[in-house]
Design a protein around this ligand. Sequence first.
Ligand code: FMN
Length: 362
Amino acid sequence: MKYLNHLLLKYFLHNLPPELAHSITLKLINKGLVFNNSLNNYKNLNVKLGNINFQHPIGLAAGFDKDGEVFHQIDKLGLSHTEIGTITPKLQTGNSKPRVFRLSKDNAIINRLGFPSKGLEYVKKRLENFNSNVPLGINIGCNKETTNQINDYIKLTKSLGTFADWITINISSPNTPGLRNIQTSALLPKLLNNINNERKIIEDHKGKSLQIWLKISPDLNDTELKNIIDTSLEYNIDAICISNTTIDRSLKLKSMHKNENGGLSGTPLNSQSTKILAKAYLHAKNNIRFIGIGGITNADDAYMKMLAGASILQLYTGLVFNGPNLIKEIVEELNIKNKKINITSIIGSKAHEISKGYYPNE
Ligand SMILES: Cc1cc2nc3c(=O)[nH]c(=O)nc-3n(C[C@H](O)[C@H](O)[C@H](O)COP(=O)(O)O)c2cc1C
């Protein structure tokens, strides 16, 4: 039996603590012992973002492959792209355990990992030794104990930028004290300006373009959101990833771990992140691209994020509860929905309705 039965695998993994289950999953993917969904090319699902071609919109969100252990095997899961990280310059262990909680009754996870990272040098070696068969993003963050947050981001861009199709600046994790404040402080223009300069140096040196994406929180108010988009436009950011996890607990959760501190992901995050995505799309007036993330567990969720304004999509928690077959299911259903037109023609077409909290039946 080359590939493991995913129902049995889920039963086994969900009886283990989440972090142990995750490290076993990474080992299985690394060895190729996962369902081979392989990447099918459905012409109508092709999406182009600048110079990057995505075979379909669905990719892996950051946090799953923090240290670049499996990026070279991701095409075998049928995903169109992957984002490794968050990587910090120095090795750090993150917060004390337990720090990841499955909320099975809610199809959700709460995590307060706090950027455990094997650090820049470890990941750099992996990137030197393995090639990705799909577009690759590198998600970067600062060390908890850093004295200069901006320098951390620059250092990572400088060392890892040449390996990436895009760098994602993560300033939205709720688990590193002070990190989210960068989104709304004077540090943001300074950070984006510095990274933009670093990108130019890499591009001149490499002769190939490097995109810069910015990952934001779903907990921003409308003014904060608009300011971030305006600043991103000013500094030539290519795409905004909406969103990271939420600290909002106004949602009615049923699971035992519902009151744990940390960032909530999965189904309860879905409508909140889709609504803020639609608002961002309308404000940006087609001048910047959006990556839709948060609670995607089926093709309807994926489609709705594209109607709200996302060009491509990423997921994490859906995979934990539904296994790798979810990818194939979503992609095949999106293909059926889009037999006649290219999927890019629907992007943002229902942003007005969704920004007001109305989710249309497409
Ligand atoms: C256990 C866990 C760890 C995560 N770590 C990161 C991270 O290191 N960097 C990051 O940008 N996002 C991280 N995320 C957030 C995801 O990338 C994603 O934005 C969020 O979970 C919403 O998508 P989902 O509902 O499909 O999981 C993490 C999420 C989870 C569940």
